[in-house]
Each structure stands twice: as structure tokens, then as C-alpha cells.
Design a protein around this ligand. Structure first.
Ligand SMILES: [Zn+2]
Length: 206
């Protein structure tokens, strides 16, 4: 199972990736999480200061290096990658995806959801105070550690910048995979369990 989950910022890619990973026993590869893990290194710090901390995409060459180290033959779920056409083309040289699942959700809904996102530093799982709260207040269900608020979502202008980047860079990726016959659209509004069910229909067909 080699799939990619793409969609606008805040579409819930992390949540769905975590659930699918658990059910199908394949690892998640998320550039964002890897970048957050790297912040104590010189390179990681630079990437934060110059790019993702400002809502900008980290250059493809760095993203590719992170990916290459993580890919396995058994399969994987790419969380929020490729983010632009260049990356989609670069990735084709590394491996072949079975499907690209596009989580289709309106901007209005996403803006409502972006506030209140909590993430586990250990496993990367994302919760939401209202939509998918942890069992215990601000504690990860699996790791039992404190959850932190996603700081890159805090400021409104960063959110807007992420949307602008998404429209400019990622929407062409959606068209690209559509042309290749790999794109599978899933409506990203409503119950998480329903959305997962729809994603599994796609995965199991493969
Ligand atoms: Zn955790």
C-alpha cells in the first residue's frame, strides 16, 4: 500500500494517516513531522526560520532527502506530499504510488477547524479540541504525554499564507495526478469514521 494523502492545510491529513496506518500496519511519512523533529539540528533550525515557520514550503531537495530515508518496500502513507509538481515528478523517480487520495474540504470549514488543533510530539497524532478530542484532556491516547498546540497555526496571517501556497503549489498537483488516473477524491467533511470508510474503499480496491 503506497498512497499519498493530499488536501488543504487543516484538512485532517494527519488524523486520517494515523488511522489508516494503524489499521493497515504501514508507516506514515510526514515531512512536517520530520521537520519539527529536526529543529534542534543546525539544518532543522535553518529550515524552520527560513521556510515552514513562516508558512512557506521547504525546498524540494530537503524534502526529498527526508523522504528517501523513510521509504520502505512494504508500503507507506505520505502525509501531505507531494506539495508541488516538481516534487511529484521527483518522487516518480524514487517510487510509484498506488493512489493519491485528495481530501476535498472547503476553506470555510478548515478555518473553523484550524483553531484548536493539538498534536503529540512523540507519535505526531493530531487531535482537535472539538472534532476529535483525546480521551483525557490534552493527553495523547497512545503515548500518554502532553499534547501541544500547533504553533504554526496560531497566527491568522500564517494560515492565510499557507492557503495561498496551497492554492498556488498544491492545486496543480491535484490536476497532475488526475491526468495520470491516480487521483481519488474523498469528501473531507462530516464524520471521521465515514471519511475513513470511504478512503478504505479506495485502498482495498488497489
Ligand atoms: Zn502520541
Amino acid at each position: 500500500m503506497k498512497i499519498s494523502l493530499i488536501g488543504p492545510p487543516g484538512a485532517g491529513k494527519g488524523t486520517y494517516a494515523a488511522e489508516l496506518s494503524k489499521r493497515h500496519k504501514v508507516p506514515i511519512i510526514a515531512i512536517g513531522r520530520e521537520l519539527r523533529r529536526m529543529v534542534n539540528t543546525k539544518l532543522g533550525k535553518m529550515l524552520k526560520e527560513k521556510y515552514w515557520g513562516k508558512g512557506k514550503l521547504v525546498p524540494s531537495k530537503y524534502a526529498m532527502n527526508i523522504l528517501k530515508r523513510k521509504i520502505t518496500k512494504k508500503g507507506y502513507i505520505l502525509d501531505g506530499f507531494p506539495r508541488e509538481i516538481t516534487e511529484a515528478k521527483m518522487f516518480e523517480k524514487i517510487d510509484k504510488l498506488d493512489a493519491v487520495i485528495f481530501i476535498d474540504v472547503s476553506q470555510k470549514i478548515i478555518l473553523q477547524r484550524l483553531h484548536g488543533r493539538l498534536q503529540c510530539k512523540k507519535c505526531g497524532r493530531i487531535y482537535h479540541i472539538k472534532n476529535s478530542p483525546p480521551k483525557k484532556d490534552k493527553i495523547c491516547d497512545k503515548c500518554k504525554v502532553n499534547l501541544y498546540e500547533r504553533t504554526d497555526d496560531k497566527e491568522e496571517n500564517i494560515i492565510k499564507e499557507r492557503f495561498r501556497v496551497y492554492r498556488e503549489e498544491t492545486e496543480p498537483v491535484i490536476k497532475y495526478y488526475k491526468k495520470k488516473g491516480l487521483l481519488k477524491k474523498v469528501r473531507g467533511e462530516g464524520k471521521i469514521s465515514e471519511i475513513i470508510k470511504n478512503m478504505e474503499k479506495i485502498i482495498l480496491r488497489k
